[in-house]
Design a protein around this ligand. Sequence first.
Ligand code: UDP
Ligand code: MG
Length: 328
Amino acid sequence: MVSPLSGAPVGRTISIVVPCFNEGHVIDAFLDRLRSVLAGLPELRAEIICIDDGSSDDTLARLQVQAGQDARMVVLELSRNFGKEAALTAGLEAATGNAVIPIDADLQHPPEVIEALVAKWQEGFDVVQARRRSRDTSSTGQRLGALLFYRLHNSLADPPLPRDVGDFRLMDRCVVDALRAMPERRRFMKGMFAWVGFRQTVVDFDVAPRAGGESAYGWRRLGGLALDGLMSFSNVPLTVWSYVGATTALLALVYGAWIVLKTLMFGVDVPGFASLLTAVLFMGGIQLLGIGVLGAYLGRVYDETKGRPIYVVRRRYGAAGAEDSHAP
Ligand code: UDP
Ligand code: MG
């Protein structure tokens, strides 16, 4: 391979990975813009991998038409909607390039940024993250949610997540191979990207509003993703109960000693039924909470031990023609 520092490397390939879920209204415009950006990078071969993540609109049909006209395109049709993290994984596994760039299909990630990402890669960086300059397209609630999530996650989990960077980034082959070697089924990509490390840098960009349609990520799905992230990268929620238990036991001991002393000094008091009930209910609640967290982790262990594939490919279309294939 040509050294990244020796100027424009010849004959290297970049793979653009595009997860698509019900993006029929925008996918053609996206691919047009992507193609004109790629035309500005003539020294690089390109491969465009679109993953249809079980769309119910005409996304797949449009992708098939596009793939028929562009030999650089590969389309993976998943057998159902597996979620963006799984679709991305499918794309990373199918990508053959020396660098891989995941990008959203809804034009929120402007394809024009790819040029800057590639330039940094050619300077010798392994990971070039695209960082949102502002969160102007999100509501106040979303911003507050994000702030809380990062605060909580970064105080409990290791390594910390960088703010305002998402999946839009360039990764050298060595990074992609490291990610592919992570076999977990619950894939919190943001965390996995941070976990692998490598030589990283950032490029700033202005996030665009969604080009029509709706985000597939509502509050519930985002909440689930946040929990997934926390549990995948931190055991603190699991271990904190020992400390809660120890503290409560200590307090109970001190309180017990105080009652004995008080009884010896002032005689037997009328027992306090209300305080007894409160204490019992409180402890019951704390115990159930602890068991619930245990259950959540156990569920994840169960998911991992089943060893199911992360996604299933129904068909693959593209340069090599249609062929049946299934996930490894
Ligand atoms: N996406 C996907 N599968 C899903 C949900 C989303 O492949 O189940 C794709 C979607 O087509 C888009 C990207 O992931 O290209 C980001 O999704 P979205 O715009 O809904 O999320 P947001 O931008 O709000 O994070
Ligand atoms: Mg979006």
